[in-house]
Design a protein. Sequence first.
Length: 152
Amino acid sequence: MRITEDGPKILSAEAAWTLCKATIDKANELGLNMVVAVCDTGGNLLALLRSPRAFLVSIGVAQDKAYTCAQFACMSTDKVNEMITGSGETVRLGVMMRPRMVTFGGGVPVIVDGAAVAALGVSGGSEADDLTCVRAGLAAIGADTSVGAETE
């Protein structure tokens, strides 16, 4: 499996699919119904996979988590929350009024060989459950699994 496409490093379609599948497999193992979305670093959807019983709202939430991560230079969504909360009420409200902004855990960068190549968003469990599933997906493609470690 090729992790990134030739040229500027972006996640290959095969790796995006493997990432989604491994994340859902971990969710199934934990008895969770989850949606997984992968987008490129520009916020464009690459892959989406939904457990059959996942809440429909989780489709949009997972996509928005990945999108938010991508829009903040592949910063995890929990870190985006810390940053805007520390920037004052006006900045926090201004960012939160933007369409598709999600500032709770579950949106993480996909880091391969030290470079962000995509963003991953998951929805369907608690933030801790989401992170457990995310790490399984990242491990399946050989990406950095340390993302979000500080939020546990």
